[in-house]
Each structure stands twice: as structure tokens, then as C-alpha cells.
Design a protein around this ligand. Structure first.
Ligand SMILES: CC(=O)SCCNC(=O)CCNC(=O)[C@H](O)C(C)(C)COP(=O)(O)OP(=O)(O)OC[C@H]1O[C@@H](n2cnc3c(N)ncnc32)[C@H](O)[C@@H]1OP(=O)(O)O
Ligand SMILES: O=C([O-])CC(=O)C(=O)O
Length: 376
């Protein structure tokens, strides 16, 4: 089992900021549970839609419920013309996380949540639309192509790969995406989820909560670490080169993205799952370099610093093996974590008090305002 760290210090570490029935981190099972189920079991046995149903509606679906839920999500994939118009105006140089933030916000203008009774429906719409949204922009801005987002894809995992590459993806790739989306779906009071809950606590609308959360996820200390990890490992030409480069970085006290965690002390349970998929992809591709380099990084970081891979590190090689451009890595995280964010917003709304902590004042003593001519 993965245990939690002894938590104290800055960054609100170790302070209980609310209640949740959605997940536990660093407590039981392999170290991560969604509504009582171990994430490893969910990743091995379920589709992402089943896990989204669990997180958003409270229970794993029956076959009939799953069939209905998938049919609903499939029916909600189309992009409004006004949203396409906005996406077409965003330059290729933009970061896709900024595109997602703008896309989510624009959707909130077009299909505003009028009351909290609509919270499940607006969430389902975002779940259905997000993969096509970011890939519409990507294909238009990078290849001048207006893609069809109403594909024959059977799942959100397949929809992401299909709308990115313009064709039905290989089954292995769909299976990896299913597992990846499940691993990223929910993680208690992490920074982006807390952002969503703070926004929800003002009784704001769902799109505002999700737009804010996307902004928090973007940073390299959080979801952006999967892209930063890729930028690191693609510079390493062999495991020995990886070892030399890492030792140099550690000597210079640089941060190694994709390692360490705010809550876990010895391992992140999501790593073993995505690492195994990365190995399978490497073998299927007949090119194991990225995987071998990543394995050496893991060994060196543990040996030198007792730092372990978090969920992001082996996602880098896994996504790369599937031909996903690095800058689209964190948007996939968004397509998944949307479930956790929205469920937290719903939980906050159900038992709300505005989140408003206090601060220790460390500024100057009280003083009087001088007329402008006497200042300086
Ligand atoms: C899905 C996710 O969001 S998972 C997190 C993704 N983020 C990353 O991978 C970014 C790299 N990792 C980090 O920056 C950190 O480990 C965080 C942000 C995840 C957690 O931060 P904290 O809880 O403050 O880390 P922690 O208290 O364990 O740090 C202890 C020491 O280890 C160092 N450390 C932690 N992670 C790393 C790292 N990846 N590389 C080098 N040193 C590190 C810290 O600098 C700190 O040293 P110090 O005491 O001399 O300042
Ligand atoms: O919990 C955290 O601080 C970060 C994390 O791993 C996640 O959000 O998945």
C-alpha cells in the first residue's frame, strides 16, 4: 500500500479544507480509491464511461445504464458553429490548455447553466465535447482542416484519438486511453479541484468552475508535468545519457518534472498501471528507447533522492508512442479530470459555505496617506 506523507508547512499542507465522499489519496488499498473502489481494479476492469458514471452519479452503472449513458454522450458531440468560429481564430502558437480554457468559457456563454438542476447535463455535454473541441482547433490551426467531430467512435477514449488523427484508432491505443482517462479522473483536494470548489462555493456556474480548474491544471507543478516530462526524456538518447543528464540536473538543484508528490510518500499507485501500458506500447512499436530511458530515470531518482514517478511521468512515453503531440498531453488530463472537478462542484453545492480562509498579515504598520507632492 502507498502511504501518505507526514504533512505540514506552507501550501495548506495537511490542513483539512472540507469533506468529500469521492476519493481517498494515500490512505487505503493501493493508495487511491474512487468511491471505495481501488483505482487499479477500475483501470483493469472498466471503461472510462463506467468510471465517469461512478464519480458523477455515485455508482458503477448496470449494462443498461452504461448503454444509455454512452448513447447520451455520443449524441452530445457536435460543436456549435459559434464555438468553431472562436476556435478558428485562436492561433497555432497558442497552448492547447488555453484553447480548452477559452473553449469551455465560450461554451458557458452559448449553453449557460441556468440552474443547478442542470449540473449533470452541462457536465455530460462538456465530457462529450472536449475531445473534439481541442482536436478541432488543433487540426484547423496546424493543418488547415475542419474536422468532423461526430465520428463513429464508441467511447471518449476512442473519440480523442479519432478526432486527433482523423481515423479509427488501433484497439491497443483505445485500451491505453481508457486506462489513462481512468487514472487521471479524480484525486481529492488537488490544486485544480480545490480551484473548482472555491469557485463553486460562491454559487457560481459549472463552466466558470471548470474554466478556473483548467487554468490551475495547466501549470508544470500539476497537470502540465506530463508535457514537461516529455520535453525532458526526448533529449535523452540512451539510458546512460539519461543517468548523466539527471545527475547533472540534481547537482544543479533543478526540479525533475514527473517526480514527487504532495501527498504520497513512496509511490503513486497510478504509475505502475501507466508504466505497464507504456512498456506494451514500446514493444508494439518496436522501439523501446523512450521507455528504457524512462525506466532509468525512475531508478536514478529513487537511488539519488528517494523520489518516485507520479502519474505524469510514464504518461509522457505512453502518449508519445501513440503519436500524440506533446502539447496535447495536458488537455487529455482535462478530458478526464472534468469528472472529478464536476463531482466536487456538485458536492460543494450540496453542503456549501463560501470558502474564505484568513491570512497572517506581514506588511507595514498602519500609516497615513501623504499628499502626492510630499511622496518619494
Ligand atoms: C498529477 C499531478 O499533478 S502529480 C504532480 C506533478 N508535478 C510534478 O511532477 C512536478 C515536480 N514535482 C514537484 O514539484 C513536487 O514534488 C510537487 C509539486 C508534486 C509536490 O511538492 P511538495 O509537496 O512541496 O514536495 P515535497 O515537500 O515532497 O518536497 C520535498 C523536497 O524534495 C524536493 N523535490 C520534490 N519534488 C522534486 C522533483 N520532482 N525534483 C527535484 N526535487 C524535488 C523539493 O524541492 C523539496 O526540497 P527542499 O525541501 O530542499 O525544498
Ligand atoms: O493530488 C495532487 O496534488 C496532484 C495529483 O496527483 C492529481 O491531481 O492527480
Amino acid at each position: 500500500m502507498s502511504t501518505g506523507k507526514v504533512l505540514s508547512g506552507a501550501g495548506l499542507r495537511g490542513q483539512v479544507a472540507g469533506k468529500t465522499a469521492l476519493s481517498t489519496v494515500g490512505k487505503t488499498g493501493s493508495g487511491l480509491t474512487y468511491r471505495g473502489y481501488d483505482v487499479k481494479d477500475l483501470a483493469a476492469q472498466c471503461s472510462f464511461e463506467e468510471v465517469a458514471h461512478l464519480i458523477l452519479k455515485g455508482e458503477l452503472p448496470t449494462q443498461a445504464e452504461l448503454t444509455a449513458y454512452k448513447a447520451k454522450l455520443k449524441s452530445l458531440r457536435s460543436l456549435p458553429q459559434a464555438l468553431k468560429d472562436v476556435l478558428e481564430r485562436i492561433p497555432a502558437s497558442a497552448h492547447p490548455m488555453d484553447v480548452m480554457r477559452t473553449g469551455c468559457s465560450m461554451l458557458g456563454n452559448l449553453e449557460t447553466e441556468q440552474s443547478f438542476a442542470q449540473q449533470q447535463d452541462v457536465t455530460d455535454r462538456m465530457l462529450a465535447i472536449f475531445p473534439g473541441l481541442v482536436n478541432y482547433w488543433y487540426n484547423y490551426s496546424h493543418h488547415g482542416k475542419r474536422i468532423e467531430v461526430e465520428t463513429g467512435a464508441d467511447s471518449i477514449a476512442e473519440q480523442f484519438l479519432w478526432t486527433l488523427h482523423g481515423k479509427k484508432p488501433a484497439q491497443l491505443h483505445v485500451d491505453v486511453m481508457q486506462a489513462s482517462l481512468i487514472l487521471y479522473a479524480e484525486h481529492e483536494f488537488n490544486a485544480s479541484t480545490f480551484t473548482a470548489r472555491v469557485c463553486a462555493s460562491t454559487l457560481s456556474d459549472m463552466h466558470s468552475c471548470i474554466t478556473g480548474a483548467i487554468g490551475s491544471l495547466r501549470g508544470p507543478l500539476h497537470g502540465g508535468a506530463n508535457e514537461a516530462a516529455m520535453e525532458l526524456i526526448e533529449k535523452m538518447v540512451s539510458p546512460d545519457d539519461a543517468e548523466q543528464k539527471l545527475l547533472g540536473m540534481l547537482a544543479r538543484k533543478e526540479k525533475i518534472m514527473g517526480f514527487g508528490h504532495a501527498i504520497y510518500s513512496e509511490s503513486d499507485p497510478r504509475n505502475a498501471v501507466i508504466k505497464e501500458w507504456s512498456e506494451k506500447l514500446a514493444k508494439a512499436n518496436g522501439d523501446t528507447k523512450l521507455y528504457d530511458v524512462s525506466v532509468r530515470c525512475e531508478a536514478v531518482m529513487w537511488r539519488e533522492k528517494k523520489l518516485f514517478c507520479n502519474a505524469d511521468f510514464f504518461h509522457a512515453s505512453a502518449y508519445n508512442y501513440m503519436g500524440i503531440p506533446t502539447k496535447l498531453f495536458t488537455p487529455i488530463f482535462v478530458c478526464s479530470r472534468l469528472t472529478g472537478w464536476a463531482a466536487h462542484v456538485m458536492e460543494q453545492r450540496a453542503d456549501n459555505r463560501i470558502i474564505r480562509p484568513s491570512a497572517d498579515y506581514v506588511g507595514v504598520e498602519p500609516r497615513s496617506v501623504k499628499p502626492i507632492a510630499q511622496r518619494g
